[in-house]
Design a protein around this ligand. Structure first.
Ligand code: XMP
Length: 517
């Protein structure tokens, strides 16, 4: 396994995902983690990742000494390369001019990292690579024992190597897809230089997870809050496979789900898979608590607390449950670890709705704790969950509660459900669903005029939202074809009574968020 030390770059998680795609397990630790933890992890190699600071500044992060004492291969990327150079006696200089974007690097001296890797062969025989650069500082003086293995005009030391020790530094970013040979470079480091086998595959992950769940849980009972989202669904399938009837799921129907969603969850998990699922029909309770509440954050709080109340009620009806399973995934773990050490990038605090009561006397089972979202999806497929469920768009915990602007009413929710179902159905039909990252309808409680027959009627407005995004932190509105939007709009207005107008949201994030509230 590989250790990745994080210096705060937005690309660190991407490095980890690439390494795992190559089939090798890795974890991310903050750069200032205790030496003992690094030793205990016993990495076969270490990647020093990028970071936003400057090695030339006082008090900026350095790699802990233990990294150089373990005798394992090292790969420094961007900041990681710079700190490595500096710690070995080289020099880093700051330039005012930031280099950001594509660059062509010429390979110089040969080294094991770039063996057999090239994009172009130039007329004079020079080999070159197309890479992605994003840096201000650069290594100006090579440390002893290293040779320059790649150069560009603006960055003469674009990569350095010490083959004897298996220490490498690259100024460019092999983890981003813009660097064409990036994955092969990482693969060479991880597989050939660090000598790791590609054992991290979906079927191994399933076997391993099942063995660990059995060991942790023994013959005890486990409770899981099932939402129908990807993470809790995969946990349900995994636990069912591992411990069968020892698992009980509680599914809370809050009345703010999509059309037929509650029935679909029951059909899939209870009927098809034979999992014990208790369905708590709590629509009335949720709606009654939301009467007269228009403030979005207030609505989120009420929905979150009511969820906990209902879940608690159902849980206390069960006896002898020792464990509570949760669909925590690796990015959640990194984010909260980052929050603790102050190295958090962006924290989505309002997304933790649906958390569970703190006073519950359970031990936690979190079988997805080490997995990235794409790995969770692979696992879902491996466990036999349908593709459309595993690749579903995200749906917020408060559900339609934040897609009905202002006060939530059953009548609004019923109307919105129908409009949303038409939009999603048409996206599937036009083969567009998986081309956008998230799509949904929003209910606007304003009345707009429409002419029906001879009369003017004032009715509600539906907004459609579809976005493309990688990380949901920034997003672009999806440029759906006009004919498609026309079809959806016609269907919504003709098939649903009480809607006079459909609009399409053409705001990007930032500044507009993906949800309307
Ligand atoms: P925003 O609206 O912040 O959304 O651009 C980014 C992503 O987060 C989802 N989202 C939520 N998820 N509880 C959740 O579980 C929430 O309160 C919540 N608000 C937004 C949103 O659907 C999008 O995927």
């Amino acid at each position: 396994r590989i250790l990745i030390l994080d210096f705060g770059s937005q690309y660190t998680q991407l490095i980890a995902r690439r390494v795992r795609e190559i089939g090798v397990y890795c974890e991310i630790y903050p750069y200032d983690v205790d030496a003992s933890e690094i030793q205990a992890f016993a990495p076969k190699a270490i990647i020093l990742a990028g970071g936003p600071e400057s090695v030339t500044g006082d008090d900026t992060p350095r790699a802990p000494q233990i990294v150089f004492e373990l005798g394992v291969p090292l790969l420094g990327i961007c900041y990681g390369m710079q700190t490595m150079a500096e710690q070995f006696g080289g020099q880093v200089s700051t330039s005012d001019h930031r280099e950001f974007g594509y660059a062509e690097v010429n390979l110089a001296d040969s080294c094991r990292l770039f063996e057999g890797i090239e994009d172009h062969v130039k007329e004079d025989g020079t080999l070159s690579l197309d890479v992605w650069m994003s840096h201000g500082d650069k290594v100006a003086v090579l440390p002893e024992g290293f040779t320059v293995v790649a150069t560009t005009d603006s960055c003469p030391i674009a990569a350095m190597a010490n083959d004897e020790k298996a220490y490498y530094g690259v100024q460019f970013h092999p983890e981003v897809t813009h660097t064409k040979q990036g994955k092969r470079i990482l693969e060479r480091f991880v597989r050939s230089i660090a000598d790791c086998d590609a054992l991290w595959t979906s079927s191994n992950i399933v076997d391993d997870a099942i063995a660990r769940i059995r060991e942790q849980v023994g013959s005890n009972k486990v409770l899981l809050g099932l939402s129908g989202g990807v993470d809790s669904s995969v946990v349900a399938a995994l636990l069912h496979k591992a411990i069968g009837d020892q698992l009980t799921c509680v599914f809370v129907d809050n009345g703010l789900l999509r059309l037929h969603e509650g029935d679909q969850v029951m059909a899939m998990f209870a009927e098809n898979m034979g999992i014990k699922v208790i369905r708590a029909n709590a629509e009335q309770l949720f709606l009654s608590k939301l009467v007269g509440v228009a403030d979005p954050e207030q609505k989120r709080k009420i929905i979150g607390n009511t969820f906990i109340e209902i879940f608690d009620q159902e849980a206390t009806k069960l006896t002898n449950v020792k464990f509570l399973a949760q669909g925590t995934i690796y990015p959640d773990v990194i984010e909260s670890a980052g929050a603790k050490t102050g190295k958090a990038h962006v924290i989505k605090s309002h997304h933790n709705v649906g958390g569970l009561p703190e006073d519950m006397q359970f031990e936690l089972v979190e079988p997805l704790r080490e997995l990235f979202k794409d790995e969770v999806r692979q696992l879902g497929l491996e466990l036999g969950l349908p593709y459309d469920m595993v690749y579903r768009h995200p749906f917020p915990g408060p559900g339609l509660g934040v897609r009905i602007l202002g006060e939530v009413k059953k009548e609004y929710a019923d109307t919105l459900r129908k409009a949303d179902a038409i939009f999603i159905e048409e996206l599937h039909r036009a083969d567009l669903y998986h081309k956008v990252s998230q799509a949904f309808a929003v209910f606007l409680p304003v009345k707009s005029v429409g002419v029906v027959g001879d009369g003017r009627r004032y009715e509600y407005v539906i907004a459609l939202r579809a976005v493309e995004t990688i990380d949901f932190m920034t997003a672009r509105w999806a440029h759906l074809p006009y004919e498609f939007l026309e079809r959806v709009s016609n269907r919504i207005i003709n098939e649903i009574s009480g809607i006079s107008r459909v609009t399409y949201d053409i705001s990007s994030k930032p500044p507009a968020t993906i949800e309307w509230e």
